[in-house]
Design a protein around this ligand. Sequence first.
Ligand SMILES: Cc1cc2nc3c(=O)[nH]c(=O)nc-3n(C[C@H](O)[C@H](O)[C@H](O)COP(=O)(O)OP(=O)(O)OC[C@H]3O[C@@H](n4cnc5c(N)ncnc54)[C@H](O)[C@@H]3O)c2cc1C
Length: 320
Amino acid sequence: MATTEEAQSRLAGIPNLTVSTGTLLSRYTRFGIGGPADLYAETADAEAFIAALGAAHAGGVRVAVIGDGTNLIVSDAGFRGLVLRYRAGRLQTAGTCVMADAGAGLQRLVDFAIDRGLKGLETLAGIPGSVGAAVYGNAGAYGHSISERVARVRVYDGADIRLFTNDECQFQYRESIFKQHKEWIIFSTELALDAADAAVLRRTADDIVKIRNEKFPVTMRCAGSIFKNLLYKDLPASVAAAVPAAVVREGKVPSAYFLEQVGAKGIESGGIRVASYHANLIYNAGGGTAAELCAVIRDLKQRVVDRFGIELEEEVQYVG
Ligand SMILES: Cc1cc2nc3c(=O)[nH]c(=O)nc-3n(C[C@H](O)[C@H](O)[C@H](O)COP(=O)(O)OP(=O)(O)OC[C@H]3O[C@@H](n4cnc5c(N)ncnc54)[C@H](O)[C@@H]3O)c2cc1C
């Protein structure tokens, strides 16, 4: 079994890679929660990233990939292994196509497209995080998901760089093939957009961001929605029959609907709170721990199982 020191010295020999030890992951999560990583490394160079993965695997060191940490729950104990982050953030256009590196901020990409009069990403305005993670989790809002515009994705599968077509990404609601292969790394994506009036796109984005900022204050330590919404067609008939028609939106029943019925709003545990105005929004009010957060999540899931017989699925991803 390799020691952290051995892995660190291998990583230190890789050009363009910044490496640190014992790095507190709470610095890298929007929840502000998470213990230390044995090793933390980041780079904007795909070759260095692949070399770091190789060094970790050769030494038997576990790897976790993170983006901007806006959808992560990192354990209080941190991560025994190497946490890797890809920082390349180039954005380029070719006609109505945009090429985006995975490390670019999604909001930067949205603004880039709008400024060039390119339509298709404006409803994603205000979703925090990186482009790579947006593709990984098929991020979306206001009736649209990034998958609608993804033409190709450049991925490292542990052996080769591969180009995935949209079909090959197997996108579904907050799902993609990449969630089934957490060891694969998304390096970049090409998005197919349409020409449109930049001023109209900007108004759409601004209106959305205004609404979002009320629901998710920019300083709120949270992950947005904790649980995925549920597809109406997948609900047991008895549950579907009890859901008021007005609650169903675009074929989905918000998890918040079920959570409200089980009294989730305003629940507190240590520094962790369920928002009083939104049952699917959990935040760290200060000093909250991953243990408290996970206990609240378990409690809410159990209440929904007990009352409705259905299992909510986390949208948030766990590390450690
Ligand atoms: C206030 C708030 C509001 C939100 N609203 C929405 C919303 O409306 N819609 C929505 O869809 N989401 C929403 N989210 C969730 C979050 O913004 C998205 O999940 C986002 O895509 C996460 O990006 P990230 O870079 O922070 O990823 P992280 O949280 O760092 O990582 C998330 C996952 O992506 C994986 N990953 C990251 N980069 C790569 C890569 N290059 N290759 C492979 N895997 C990778 C990680 O391993 C991890 O499993 C919200 C979050 C917050 C805090």
